[in-house]
Design a protein around this ligand. Sequence first.
Ligand SMILES: CC(C)(COP(=O)(O)OP(=O)(O)OC[C@H]1O[C@@H](n2cnc3c(N)ncnc32)[C@H](O)[C@@H]1OP(=O)(O)O)[C@@H](O)C(=O)NCCC(=O)NCCS
Length: 255
Amino acid sequence: MNGPRHTEDLLIVGAGGFARETAQAVRDVAAADAARGLPPRWRLAGHLDDDPALAGRDVDGVPVLGGSDRVHELRSARVVVCVGSPRDYAVRARLVRRLGLPVNRYATVVHPTAAVSGSSVLGAGSVLLAHCVLTAAVRVGSHVAVMPQVVLTHDDAVGDFATLASGVRLGGGVRLGRGAYVGAGSLVREYTTVGAWSLTGMGSTVLADVPAGEVWAGSPARRLRAADAPALDELRTDGEMTGRRPGTRMESPVA
Ligand SMILES: CC(C)(COP(=O)(O)OP(=O)(O)OC[C@H]1O[C@@H](n2cnc3c(N)ncnc32)[C@H](O)[C@@H]1OP(=O)(O)O)[C@@H](O)C(=O)NCCC(=O)NCCS
């Protein structure tokens, strides 16, 4: 049984495109709460960004309070890390590792229009933007970015730090490895795998398993090249941390 809800401060680490989209989702959550006569879940305290030029500025009306290390001063606030791009999709993992926060500091932000089935789980620090669908028994790890209109279907498993750009559709039983980046509009065939720290290009049709640490694109998707250095560094780090062959690890999502 949940007790009466109280409003918590929320810090968004990053002040770029994804961070601003998350800020809008937080506003939309507050509006949906208000429409139901509930107090807001979060008060958007501000962005934290390591670009010193942004400190003291405001972004879409939200203040930039300073660098990401301020999470250690603002200890009562919950946190989401909203950085990353196709050029460096490993930056979220690096930042989370550097901050070293306990899991209970992280918020999970779900846009009120997202349809999340009761049999699905979503990890700490993950963000689901507008109109995403998780149909049945979908497992999404921690610090996963799910952009608007992504459809995850039955038994999909998404590893920590993965990114699903807008309009991605996964068939049933798909596995996305840790840190995988699935480009906008990609379609992934049922029961296939996109390996850890791999990227699929926008509009790809993925029909076969993509190994770890590679870039695939096209319809059907084919190998273009190895992943960029930051993604390969993460793959190596995972291998060193687990003592396993890089790319074989799937995180178990935090419920
Ligand atoms: C796949 C991707 C990373 C390749 O980038 P890149 O390494 O800079 O490659 P280039 O643009 O130099 O293209 C290399 C070749 O791949 C082809 N290619 C690139 N992206 C492609 C795609 N998405 N689908 C099909 N072919 C693609 C190019 O046409 C080119 O072919 P050519 O050698 O025959 O001329 C990039 O195009 C991409 O799709 N990124 C994801 C973007 C995204 O999803 N953004 C989400 C919103 S932020």
